[in-house]
Design a protein around this ligand. Structure first.
Ligand code: ADP
Ligand code: ZN
Ligand code: ZN
Length: 803
């Protein structure tokens, strides 16, 4: 008897372990570790992942599994193992770890079909299943199960004749298009055509079309090209010569792009020196982590490309992670240009179906390189030769929900398994990584100058307090205004950057200072101009802007703060001749609009590109000679120990946008705190000095990289309960850890209430606590078992957001 170990899709403490199920005889040769199956669970039928198959079980009264969900494993052995590691290190449920590795299309809400693989005909299938594909292109999974076809389908899938596809069940918003195809070969159609009655001229024409074009064609196109009517096609379908099929059409965002093929550039001496140890690691299959530290434009990407090339030549695969907002077509082009169809791209702009298609290419080993955002780190390759993380300092590599993993840690874990190098690239490395490089845990590779020795742009720091004193109340300093004007006259382009993180526009009474807060959360409501409403970003509460102040009845209650719209309005007043493109969440919400706006700017259709952090990256246009940062310090005052680091990184990055080409660039940074070291040193583009200063401060306050952090957050409806329970946890942790650890709390979270739940936290700073994971697990066990009183506990190890 064969027994499957199954992690079931019930995310609770009690079910966070493998359950044993009997594999019935008929499935014995089908079920493999890494497949999903349906199992009975209490009175329900649920999904689960098979993690292992054993010969027996100690458990009495075993139940039988119901049916398989896959034709082949969706997780390979290494990923199954990685899931365990994720569970251990991030303290998440196993089911979350496995689900995180799969594309969304594999989750609920999608209907599964088995379909002929591209270019395959029903004739090539074995007798038993041929009839199912003769009149239809695809077979519903349920039907396959009902008719006992799974093992035959599996064999055909292994030969590449069939494949599994997922179709979105709710068809409402997806585009469905009718396609028509022929059920016979060209020769057979020619014979059939002769049988058609002579006056059915149109039908013959349609058949002629298919004799010339054997592929599926969109009905609309077919009618256009043949001048036939839909009724004609219907008649041919009724005669079982053609078939119609509704298909969801996805738009491939890169479909209409041609990738100009590029070739490896002869490396500069600095690049050659940097790539040598990477190549050595690839060749000797020895795991090593490299920190490639080089300013923007120093040639890091070329090093990535030539390292990948080496990996491909060895028959291995490469994963490249890029922050979501840098995953621009420009970026993708550089990889597609070099490796063409060997590249799969995974980013959030793709529909679930498109993502699944890319994932399938990886699984089928049709590609050798995957370029993607955070979750691409789980690409199901099986022979990884290098993992590259560009802009490794980006905080988006940390996932904030379960599993709360950092892609860098996952990369290193996988690279250890495959004994391959990890390359972390950045112009402003995270303090953690740079410190590790200093300690020789990572191998530091430095590119100290830009290509062609092009100088870094000159940076001007403007003290906005001075401006105010001089009577300038505008959001533009006199200097920035003059420079913008000058660019417009010269026909050059400018980029204006508004740091909006943590600085949304709120509604305030100018007379008494009253700020409109969310009634459910302790946070101010954000002003939205559309409909003149205020919204809470945490719970979704919405309301109209009051006409008079609820506190003092003053009429001077209005929105405060500088949103991009407001800047745009002001630009319209002071520089009416300027053509402005605004890029923010409002103007880039629709798919493809981000790209379109950038393209317009590139084509010179505007003088000024105005935007939030989404324009901080990837812009590389020759005509940009001025970058202005409107308010550099908005992020400095967030309750986050990384706020200086983030400010420095962002300002350095934005400055790097100017003068990348022939024309020299200038940067203007406006600030109310010009004396702050992160602003001053960003102005000097001096990372090394910033690193030293910031390390001193981190050391003084016991923060990473000197200490590790673990954050325990409790939430409950009643303030007293949450405080008392947090206090208990603080006491318990204190009694268990060494006196080297620093335990802070109970303290209200920076956002003390969300959706009417109070939030309290305990922050643990520690250097070496071998027992901490066990202690934290125990806390989770305890509270996850007792969810009855409504108390929720979450733990984030190495948190990035302390909110
Ligand atoms: P980074 O990734 O560090 O920002 P890139 O790799 O994009 O730097 O290089 C900056 C520019 O220099 C690009 O336009 C790139 O094509 C060019 N470049 C890079 N390496 C070389 C080289 N060895 N010879 C000539 N041009 C190069
Ligand atoms: Zn008031
Ligand atoms: Zn709210």
């Amino acid at each position: 008897m064969k027994i499957a170990n199954v992690i079931v899709d019930v995310p609770t403490k009690q079910t966070d372990r493998p359950f044993d199920y009997i594999i019935p005889k008929e499935w014995e040769n089908v079920i493999q570790p890494g497949m999903r199956i349906v199992v009975p669970f209490g009175p329900r039928k649920i999904q689960g992942f098979v993690t292992d198959i054993k010969a027996g079980s100690e458990v009495k009264q075993l139940r039988e599994m119901i049916e398989p969900m896959d034709l082949e494993p969706v997780l390979n052995k290494e990923l199954l193992h990685l899931g365990e590691w994720l569970t251990e290190t991030t303290l998440c449920f196993k089911i979350f770890a496995y689900q995180a590795m799969l594309p969304a299309a594999l989750k609920a809400k999608y209907e599964k079909m088995v379909r002929l693989a591209p270019g395959m005909k029903a004739e090539c299938l074995s007798q038993k299943i041929k009839p199912y594909f003769t009149n239809h292109k695809s077979l519903h999974w349920e039907e396959a199960l009902k008719d006992g076809l799974v093992s035959v389908l599996q064999q055909e899938a292994a030969k590449g004749k069939l494949e599994v596809v997922y179709v979105v069940k709710e068809r409402v918003r997806k585009k469905q298009v009718k396609f028509v195809g022929a059920l016979f070969s060209a020769a057979e159609l020619a014979v059939e055509k002769e049988k058609i009655q002579a006056n059915a001229e149109k039908q013959k024409q349609v058949l002629d079309y298919f004799i010339d074009h054997p592929n599926l064609v969109e009905l609309r196109k077919l009618l256009q090209e043949t001048n036939a009517s839909a009724a004609t096609v219907k008649a041919l379908v009724a005669k079982k010569l053609l078939f119609e099929e509704e298909m969801e059409v996805y738009r491939d965002p890169f479909e209409h792009r041609t990738f100009e093929h590029t070739y490896p550039l002869p490396l500069t001496n600095a690049q050659a020196a940097a790539i040598k140890p990477i190549h050595a690691s690839i060749e000797s299959q020895k795991h090593e982590v490299f920190l490639l530290y080089g300013v923007t434009g120093s040639g890091k990407t070329e090093i990535y490309l030539q390292s990948i090339q080496k990996v491909i030549e060895k028959g291995q695969e490469a994963i490249v992670l890029v922050p979501e907002i840098s995953l621009t077509p420009q970026m993708v082009n550089r990889f597609k240009g070099r490796f063409g169809d060997l590249v799969a791209v995974l980013h959030s702009g793709l529909s679930a179906g498109e993502k699944y298609d890319e994932w399938r290419k990886i699984q089928r080993k049709e590609v050798k390189v995957v370029v993607g955002a955070r979750s691409a780190i789980f690409a199901p390759f099986e022979n990884i030769g290098i993992i590259i993380i560009d802009e490794e300092h980006e905080t988006s590599y940390k996932q904030e929900d379960m599993p709360r993993y950092h892609a860098r840690d996952v990369a290193i874990e996988r690279a250890k398994t495959y004994q391959c190098p990890v390359v972390l690239g950045s112009a402003t490395p995270s303090l953690e990584s740079f410190a590790r490089a200093q300690k020789k845990v990572y191998h530091l590779l430095t590119l100290s100058s830009r290509m062609n020795e092009r100088p870094l742009p000159a940076v001007d720091i403007i003290d906005m307090r001075e401006e105010l004193r001089a009577g300038n109340r505008s959001m533009f300093s006199r200097k920035l205004f003059d420079m913008l004007k000058e660019r417009i006259e010269k026909g050059q382009q400018s980029v204006l950057f508004l740091n909006k993180r943590g600085h949304s526009s709120f509604v305030m009474c100018r007379d008494c200072g009253y700020v409109v807060n969310c009634p459910n959360c302790d946070i101010s409501l954000t002003y939205h101009r559309a409909g003149s409403r205020m919204k809470c970003h945490y719970c979704g509460y919405e309301s109209h802007i009051p006409k008079v102040c609820p506190e003092c009845s003053s009429e001077y209650i209005r929105y405060f703060g500088t949103g991009t719209q407001k800047v745009e309005e002001e630009l319209g007043k002071i520089l009416p001749e300027a053509r402005v493109i605004r890029m923010d969440v409002d103007t880039t919400g629709r798919k493809g609009s981000h790209e379109r706006l950038l393209k317009e700017f590139q084509e010179g259709k505007a003088d000024i590109l105005l935007g939030t952090q989404m324009i901080a990256k990837g812009l590389d246009f020759p005509n940009i000679t001025l970058v202005g940062v409107l308010s550099a310090d908005t992020m400095l005052h967030l309750p986050d120990f990384r706020s200086s680091e983030k400010t420095f990184q962002l300002l350095t990055q934005v400055s790097g946008r100017a003068g990348r080409h022939q024309l020299p660039g200038e940067v203007v940074i406006q600030t109310y705190t010009p004396e702050h070291y992160s602003i001053e040193l960003a102005g000097m583009q001096n990372y090394d000095l910033f690193y030293q200063r910031e390390m001193m401060i981190r050391k003084l306050h016991h923060y990473p990289p000197f200490y590790y952090l673990a954050l325990i957050t409790l939430t409950h409806e009643h303030l007293m309960t949450v405080v008392a329970e947090t206090e208990k946890i603080v006491q318990y942790v204190r009694s268990q850890v060494s006196n080297q650890a620093v335990i802070l709390g109970p303290a209200a979270s920076p956002i003390p209430r969300i959706n009417n739940r109070y939030r309290y936290q305990c922050l643990i700073k520690y250097k070496r606590e071998p027992n901490l994971t066990r202690i934290l697990k125990k806390i989770l066990d305890q509270y996850q078992k007792e969810t009855k009183n409504g108390l929720l506990v979450s733990i984030d190890i190495n948190p990035f957001i302390l909110m």
